[in-house]
Design a protein around this ligand. Structure first.
Ligand code: HEC
Ligand code: HEC
Length: 197
């Protein structure tokens, strides 16, 4: 009796050994493809040309990168404070200096229509990949958008497109707007998995 159950156990172990890894592998592969797409999306979102506007509750845009004299993000020069309006309405409006297009002078203020910080719940600067991933899927935090709407925004919004045309000296965001749209749609189709951290 004891021997039989041991044999049965051994048999079950053998079946598990044969089938277990294959199942685990395909699950990991499915998530792996989605996570690889998220890594590319995150590479863009975390790039200074994007995250320097997607800042938090201090309402202060950031400067960073070689053009600004160093990689570390620091507060926008000249004591700029966007206020709760996020466009400086209560202080010095962004549009005082940032027009609807770039100026062709080194270190001149870049421009695109409606230059402003995004709503506070769209903060990316200082947040982990997982946090940004969870919030971009959350309609309460992404401007009531489906991921299809997020992709559409990325493909058409003037402030997003500025990230690939940032004016003289500034390093553009990686990939292209069209590639980012593709990443988001394919990531969505794979269930939009988020990384562990
Ligand atoms: C007094 C003029 C002035 C005002 C007002 C101003 N900016 Fe700027 N901003 C600049 C200049 C000049 C630069 C470019 C500096 C450089 O290239 O060295 C700049 C650059 C930037 C950048 C580019 C950072 C990057 O990553 O390349 C962002 C983002 C930005 N400003 C956001 C804002 C926001 C948001 C507001 C309103 C709350 C604002 N600015 C108000 C003058 C201004
Ligand atoms: C000049 C500031 C500025 C820059 C630079 C900027 N954004 Fe934004 N972003 C905004 C504002 C303002 C909104 C809010 C607009 C809305 O919701 O319709 C926003 C909203 C978004 C949203 C909507 C969903 C969400 O949860 O955030 C996405 C996606 C986005 N931006 C992507 C990008 C990407 C990608 C880049 C860089 C290639 C970028 N943005 C650069 C100002 C900026």
């Amino acid at each position: 009796m004891k021997r039989m159950s041991l044999g049965l156990l051994a048999g079950l172990c053998l079946i598990a050994a044969q089938h277990g890894p294959a199942t685990a592998q395909s699950a990991a592969f499915g998530d792996g493809a989605g996570l690889a797409l998220w890594a590319q999306i995150h590479e863009v979102f975390a790039h200074p040309r994007c995250s320097n506007c997607h800042v938090g509750e201090d309402h202060i845009p950031l400067w960073s990168g070689a053009h600004y004299g160093g990689d570390a993000a620091r507060p926008h020069g000249m004591n700029i404070h966007a206020g709760v309006s996020r466009d400086g309405a209560e202080t010095l409006p962004c549009a005082t200096c940032h027009s609807t297009q770039n100026v062709d002078i080194p270190h001149g203020p870049p421009g695109a229509p409606h230059w402003a910080l995004p709503p506070i719940e769209m903060q990316w600067a200082g947040r982990s990949s997982r946090e940004i991933c969870e919030q971009i899927k959350n309609p309460a935090k992404n401007g009531q958008r489906t991921l299809g709407d997020v992709a559409d925004h990325v493909g058409h919004d003037a402030l997003v497109l500025w990230g690939w045309n940032p004016g003289p000296g500034r390093e553009p965001a990686p990939y292209s707007a069209a590639e980012l749209v593709g990443f988001i749609l394919r990531w969505d189709a794979l269930g939009a998995p988020c990384p562990a951290e």
